[in-house]
Design a protein. Sequence first.
Length: 229
Amino acid sequence: MKIVITEFMDERAVDQLRAKHEVDYDPALVDDPARLAERATSADALIVRNRTQVRDQLLAALARCKVVGRLGVGLDNIDVAGCEARGLRVIPATGANALSVAEYVVTSAMLLLRGAYASTAAVVQGRWPRAALSSGREVAGKTLGLIGFGSIGRLTAQLAKGLGLATTKAGVEVDRNYRTSVDKLYVIGRSTQIQRSQAIISAGDGAAAALDILSTEKGKDFLDYDTVD
């Protein structure tokens, strides 16, 4: 099997693939559509990130290809219907980075509440703004608002509860298996999404509102500009 990888990938993972398959790894291919299309003609599998546009010229060149792997979960850069029409499977790395993102959300909430980062420039200049550095708050006892409750939202709720954060959640679809992961649950219909999402943000008292679904079709009406602003 020949695998063409068009964007950067962890070298250890590339080596694992090379141990069993022929691998054409060239992170610069994404910026050279003509060369990419030429190399794609011999590919049995194509691995991309979010910049490679798997459509039109590239899709037409994948005559031999059987599968498109996406290093990530978003599929905006892939013509999924076009791939399916050609018998191409599209496999995203669903859940692969869920824990990393959940940790980032909780870390960011703590960073924003503590407020010390805003004094970085002053400290670099040799000053010690004691008042500013002493005005941070603890996350324990605060409420973390979660808009969307997929794999990232659920992991975020678990991590947050371990730090003493309460969690409140809004989502279009609710899996009963995960209802115990949150302290307060809003099930939102499309007509009331913005109103209820504002309630979730208001409930998040200084911690954060983690947005897990806004890039999806079902999540596009959850917030408007005024709410975010």
